[in-house]
Design a protein around this ligand. Structure first.
Ligand SMILES: NC(=O)c1ccc[n+]([C@@H]2O[C@H](COP(=O)([O-])OP(=O)(O)OC[C@H]3O[C@@H](n4cnc5c(N)ncnc54)[C@H](OP(=O)(O)O)[C@@H]3O)[C@@H](O)[C@H]2O)c1
Length: 337
C-alpha cells in the first residue's frame, strides 16, 4: 500500500464538483446522490489504519463523493467503523455536514442478548441512538432497516422507521435485504405514513443478479431509488485473483470470502471479461462497476475500497458507462457460462 501522508485540518478541494462524478436523482425525491457511495463495511474498522480511512474519505469527498454508507455493526469490531467515521467527521468534516449524505442501518447482530439483532422497534430505536453517538452526528440522512428478520411484523419495523424520522434522527428511510414478497407491503406502509421509502439497498453485481428478478421493477414502478452493494463481489470481479491469491487480499486475510469463492472456472470467465475490459481501456473492477452504473434504475453504487489506489481506480469507472449491444451480449454470454 502506498504511504499516505495527510495534513489536518482537512480543507475540501474547491473543484470537488467539477470533475467526473455524476449525480443521480433518488427516486421521486429531488435528493441527488453521487454515482458512487463510499462504503464502510470492511476497511474502516478499529483494526484498520486510521490514516488510510482518513485519506480515503477525504479523497472521495475531493472527487465529488459526498455519500458515506455505514451500519451499526461495521468494523470489525462492531461499531468501530462508525467510530472511525465519527473521529474523521468531528475533526475534519463539520464544516461540510450540509453537503454530506451519511447513512446507517440496524438489523443484523449488534449486541448481546436476544434483542441484540433483528428488526424490532426496540432494536432500531436503540441502535440509531448509539450510532449517532459513535458518529458524532445529530442526525443521519438515511436510516435503513438492514434486513427483514423473518419474524418482526413489517408494520412494527416500518413504524419504527417512521418514528425515527419524526424524532429528527433521520431525514429519510431506506430498506435493505427485503424479500420481493414483502417489498411492496413495506413501501406501501411507508408511503401511507408520509415517510416514503427513499432508496433500496441490495446486493447486485455481475455474479449476483437476483435484483433483476423483481426488485428493480418494483423500485422503478414505485419511484424508489436503488443503490447496489458489493459491486465487484468483494474483490472477486477484479484482476487480482487471475494469478493466485495476493497476501493482502480479502480472501488471504480471511475476511468473509474464501478460496471457494474463486474456483478455476470463474478464473477462466474473469480472463474473458478481462479481454472485454481491455478493449474498453478498463480493468475488470472498472468494467464491473461501469456495467452496474449503466443499469436502469441505478442511483448509486456502493464501493468498498481497501486502498486509496483502489478508490481512485473505481472512480474512473464513472467516466466510461456506455456499452455497445455487442459488448453487453458478450458479457452476458460469459456470465451465463
Ligand atoms: N446492506 C447490506 O447488507 C450490505 C452488505 C455488504 C456491503 N454493503 C455496503 O456496500 C459496501 C461495499 O461492499 P463490498 O466491500 O462488498 O464491495 P466491493 O467493492 O465489491 O468489495 C470491496 C473489496 O474489493 C476490492 N476492491 C475494491 N476496489 C477495487 C479495485 N478498484 N480494484 C481491485 N480490487 C478492489 C478490495 O478487496 P481486497 O481487500 O481483497 O483488495 C475490497 O476490500 C460496504 O462497505 C457497505 O457499505 C451493504
Amino acid at each position: 500500500m502506498a504511504q499516505i501522508t495527510f495534513t489536518e485540518p482537512y480543507k475540501a478541494a474547491k473543484e470537488r464538483y467539477d470533475g467526473t462524478m455524476k449525480y443521480n436523482r433518488c427516486g421521486k425525491s429531488s435528493l441527488k446522490l453521487p454515482a458512487l457511495t463510499l462504503g464502510f463495511w470492511w476497511n474502516f474498522g478499529g483494526i484498520d489504519p486510521y490514516c488510510n480511512s482518513l485519506a480515503k474519505m477525504t479523497y472521495a469527498f475531493d472527487h465529488g463523493i459526498f455519500s458515506f454508507d455505514l451500519a451499526n455493526n461495521y468494523g470489525p469490531p462492531f461499531g468501530s467503523a462508525e467510530e472511525t467515521f465519527g473521529k474523521i467527521y468531528s475533526e475534519n468534516f463539520r464544516a461540510y455536514r450540509h453537503e454530506m449524505i451519511v447513512t446507517t442501518k440496524a438489523g443484523y447482530n449488534m449486541w448481546a442478548g436476544p434483542n441484540g439483532q433483528g428488526s424490532s422497534r426496540k432494536m432500531l430505536i436503540s441502535s440509531i441512538d448509539e450510532s449517532l453517538g459513535r458518529m458524532k452526528l445529530d442526525y443521519v440522512d438515511i436510516f435503513y432497516s438492514h434486513r427483514y428478520d423473518g419474524e418482526t411484523p413489517i408494520e412494527e419495523t416500518m413504524q419504527a422507521l417512521v418514528d425515527i424520522v419524526k424524532q429528527g434522527k433521520a431525514l429519510y428511510v431506506g430498506l435493505s435485504n427485503y424479500p420481493i414478497e414483502l417489498l411492496q407491503t413495506a413501501i406501501d406502509y411507508l408511503s401511507a405514513a408520509n415517510t416514503p421509502c427513499l432508496i433500496y439497498q441490495g446486493k447486485y453485481n455481475m455474479l449476483v443478479r437476483d435484483m433483476e428478478k423483481g426488485h428493480i421493477d418494483t423500485l422503478i414502478n414505485n419511484n424508489v431509488g436503488f443503490t447496489a452493494f458489493s459491486p465487484i463481489a468483494q474483490g472477486v470481479l477484479s484482476n487480482k485473483y487471475l494469478n493466485g491469491i495476493p497476501s493482502d487480499s480479502r480472501i488471504a486475510t480471511g475476511k468473509y470470502i474464501t478460496t471457494a469463492n474463486i474456483p478455476q472456472e470463474l478464473i477462466e470467465r474473469l480472463k474473458k471479461l478481462d479481454i472485454i475490459a481491455k478493449s474498453r481501456n478498463q480493468n475488470i473492477a472498472q468494467l464491473a462497476t461501469s456495467w452496474l452504473l449503466a443499469k436502469r434504475g441505478m442511483t448509486s453504487v456502493i464501493i468498498g475500497p481497501r486502498t486509496i489506489e483502489q478508490l481512485a481506480d473505481s472512480i474512473k469507472a464513472v467516466d466510461n458507462t456506455s456499452f455497445s449491444n455487442d459488448q453487453l451480449s458478450k458479457i452476458d454470454n460469459i456470465l451465463a457460462l
